[in-house]
Design a protein around this ligand. Sequence first.
Ligand SMILES: Cc1cc2nc3c(=O)[nH]c(=O)nc-3n(C[C@H](O)[C@H](O)[C@H](O)COP(=O)(O)OP(=O)(O)OC[C@H]3O[C@@H](n4cnc5c(N)ncnc54)[C@H](O)[C@@H]3O)c2cc1C
Length: 451
Amino acid sequence: MTTARLLADLAEVVGPAHVLTDPAVTSAYCTDWTGRWRGVAQAVVRPADTAQTAEVVRRCAAAGVAICPQGGNTGLVGGGVPPADGRPTIVLSMTRLTGVDDVDVAARAVGVGAGVTIGDVQRAAVAAGLDFGVDLASRDSATVGGAIATNAGGIHFVRYGGMRAQLLGIEAVLTSGEVLRRWRPLRKDNVGYDLPGLLAGSEGTLAVITGALLRLVPQTRRGAVAVVAVQDPARGLAVIDAVERAGLTLHAAELMTEAGLDLVHRHGQRRALPAGTPFAVLIEVAGADAGDLAAVLAEASVDDAAIDDSPAADLWALRERHTESIARDSTTPVVKLDLTLPAGALGAFVATVERLAAAAGVRPIMFGHLADGNVHVNLLDVDPAHAEDVTDAVLREVAAVGGSISAEHGVGRAKAPWLGLGRDAVDVAAMRAIKRALDPAGLLNPGVLGL
Ligand SMILES: Cc1cc2nc3c(=O)[nH]c(=O)nc-3n(C[C@H](O)[C@H](O)[C@H](O)COP(=O)(O)OP(=O)(O)OC[C@H]3O[C@@H](n4cnc5c(N)ncnc54)[C@H](O)[C@@H]3O)c2cc1C
């Protein structure tokens, strides 16, 4: 079948207005958030619901055309953009699946379409007197489908876990066009393999997620935020430990460095601590107010802290404005490496990355989710010709100290060549077997994950 014939067929399924082929329109779908990854697609296809998604997948599979599922396109590893190798591919944009069911307050659950943003899930939950356990700075663009496919973590991982932990059920289209649906608001349901859990983190390579039944959590009414100056990450972990031992509920714990704080300050954010603070930790607690948190921090003998009752938007902006300030400041697409370190290795690792960056003549800005050992290494002003070398050096270092080459953003295209640093041969072979079983023709997101 010719591509033109397939696109005409797909237009019958989703309507001609939702098969986009004008390069001026499709280029935004073919370029990732960082600007580092650009691909080529025959069209962007925008189904309205599960039935249309299934029909699009069935017709593409019959024509041997690859499918790149896409949500809000905020992923940071190039997984949501098509390949650049010329292979016939469509981008399957899931942003029209925006249905939100009534919140089941008794079961603390809500069913949503894959295209609903994380921000809209939060708003639906709050309107029903509940909350959603995942939050991230990209909340108003990142979709439920994309967040599940990357198993997004975010700022409340320390309290509620990531997207996988929020899944009570899932609906997804398999490459056969069949619809897999597990949709019961049950907390315990051990009948066989955890297929929703398998699709969490599958990065669009196993199925197209069309909806999810999400666990909700009780709303936290009182809270407090502190930005605390510390000399090194180990001291930051000790302060977090003191806060938890005092009986406060840790809601978030974010690490920032002097270089990152200087950068967001240069991009317009007011300082909360004096310049020259080597590291700062943003701590949010739940069920307590600023006075309670101040008392615990005083007991832990912290040097300097700015404290406010939640939501403390000004303090949170220091952390949340890192990503956009970094993107605006770098002269070349930023090399972003999202890593987990064993708790005791974090301080030495930060120093090592600073050394490697200085040797390569690039600027490092690091921040992350301290309580999870998760550090986001951002390398600015990297000559694109050297991006792979500098990536290789950092990923080898993290593997050498027993960390993970992907904490929460996934592998995507960015880290596919280094899959073997994160998983051993038997593990990779088992993942390949799963991929072959669910996608025998290799049509779902080829090249992503390196399988
Ligand atoms: C400012 C900023 C802050 C961020 N903070 C965090 C953070 O704290 N924690 C974190 O984990 N991430 C973070 N991210 C990364 C990103 O927002 C998340 O990975 C997010 O979950 C991606 O959602 P998306 O809808 O944009 O997915 P996309 O970027 O569109 O896609 C991501 C991956 O999911 C696949 N996919 C998308 N939709 C579907 C679907 N319906 N079915 C199957 N596969 C699908 C794609 O093929 C791709 O592999 C941040 C990004 C930005 C820009």
